[in-house]
Design a protein around this ligand. Structure first.
Ligand code: NAD
Length: 382
């Protein structure tokens, strides 16, 4: 079968869905691979490196969409791209079916099979190697700290120099999921004093293991909404949390916010008043910009200065590390492809089988040969 990789078309998107090292592995699995010319340019993968790895480089996106049996993409396809999809073909990409009902209808009308990488059942330990949400969140958390360090006028680590003693920077992280934990580890490695809070108390040990201190809200309420995700907290909890965050804001040099609740707007955790109380030159990186932001003063996609505090609301943190994010994303798609290639005989003939009896594949498959199969029935976990 032919796997095709078009150039991403969303404005500002620098990632590419496969990289030369992964092309070599796909070829070993028996696939032919075609890549649109220039697809890897923004992530620093030149056409020649794809050719050397065994891919065919083709001049236009139409060559990819109309000829490929399987299309690998990063962002959900545009209406124009959907129209080019080959009937009977397979698309593997981010889709976000709940947020994109029209796209789902358009794709189903093309009589294709669609695997949404965002629909992976992340609870399955077998699914971890395919989990692009986790790999992308980890990169965002790392990059958020780098952006903060870049905008901050001092060192992160404490230093004793001939010119005087410099205290370490204090970093407060709101939300200690995948991105928050990556931010905690990165900031601690740079030598900052790191504190973090999450509504799910179960993450406290992970915060500590990465070099941070877990700061509790003085209010007893279970924060887990199921599946490892958060829920909307009670008014009482929110008031207690605001009081604690107001204290942290006065003390912190840098705040990184990552708090999200599935299917809901991002909780507003940092008020305008808290920003005003921060020291001039402090930095906030709000990673929840696309979901409305955790800080009242965030402008999604931009860096602004309010009350002397730089507030970074970039929504393209992974694209700012395009080589790394493309490499991890491509590896996640390779693992999906390996699962699709599993056959009893152990053949490596470059043929996929979308086995709906397999829990991981069932979860990923949101359209099967034109029929919408999303959402998958709940997993029966032991
Ligand atoms: P996410 O991006 O939805 O949320 C980020 C974090 O914000 C979460 O930790 C959440 O608890 C926190 N949060 C939400 N509201 C908050 C508030 N008001 N105040 C403070 N914090 C708040 O989550 P994510 O990072 O994608 O994943 C969360 C969890 O899912 C992980 O920590 C993990 O436990 C679980 N997960 C499990 C697997 C697996 O089982 N293999 C894989 C990936 C993720």
């Amino acid at each position: 079968m032919l796997i095709g990789v078009p150039k991403e078309t969303a404005p500002g998107e620098k990632r590419v869905a496969t990289v030369p090292d992964v092309v070599e592995k796909l070829v070993k699995l028996g696939f032919a691979v075609a890549v649109e010319s220039g697809a890897g340019d923004a992530a620093n993968f030149a056409d020649e490196t794809y050719s050397a790895a065994g891919a065919t480089v083709v001049p236009t996106a139409a060559d990819i969409w109309t000829r490929s049996d399987i299309v690998f993409k990063v962002r959900a396809p545009s209406t124009d791209e959907v129209a080019l999809l080959r009937e009977g073909g397979t698309l593997i990409s981010f889709i976000w079916p709940a947020q994109n009902p029209e796209l789902m209808q358009q794709l189903a009308a093309r009589k294709v099979t669609v695997l949404a990488i965002d629909a992976l059942p992340r609870q399955l330990s077998r699914a971890q190697k395919m989990d692009a949400l986790t790999s992308m969140a980890g990169i965002s958390g790392y990059r958020a700290v780098i952006e903060a360090a870049n905008a901050f006028g001092r060192f992160f680590n404490g230093q004793i120099t001939a010119a005087g003693k410099i205290p370490p920077a204090k970093v407060f992280i709101a939300g200690a999921g995948v991105a928050g934990l990556a931010a905690i580890g990165t900031a601690a490695n740079l030598g900052a004093i790191v504190r973090a809070n999450d509504t799910r108390a179960e993450v406290a040990d992970q915060v500590v293991s990465l070099g941070g201190e877990f700061v509790k809200v003085d209010y007893e309420e279970e924060g887990s909404g199921g599946g490892g995700y958060a829920k909307v907290m009670s008014e009482g909890f929110q008031a207690a949390q605001r009081a604690m965050y107001a204290q942290q804001a006065k003390d912190a040099d840098i705040i990184i916010t990552t708090a999200l609740i599935p299917g809901k707007p991002a909780p507003k955790l940092i008020t305008a008043e808290m920003v005003q109380s921060m020291k001039p030159g402090s930095v906030i990186v709000d990673m929840a910009g696309e979901q409305g932001g955790n800080c009242e003063l965030t402008v999604p996609g931009e860096a602004v200065v309010r009350h002397g505090v730089t507030i970074i609301g970039y929504t393209d943190l992974v694209s700012r590390l395009a080589k790394q994010s493309s490499t991890l994303y491509a590896t996640n798609l390779l693992r999906v492809t390996e699962e699709l290639c599993k056959n009893k005989e152990g053949r490596k003939d470059g043929v996929i089988n979308v086995n709906m009896e397999d829990d991981a594949i069932r979860g990923l498959t949101v359209i099967k040969e034109g029929s919408v199969t999303w959402p998958a029935p709940p997993l029966k976990l032991p």
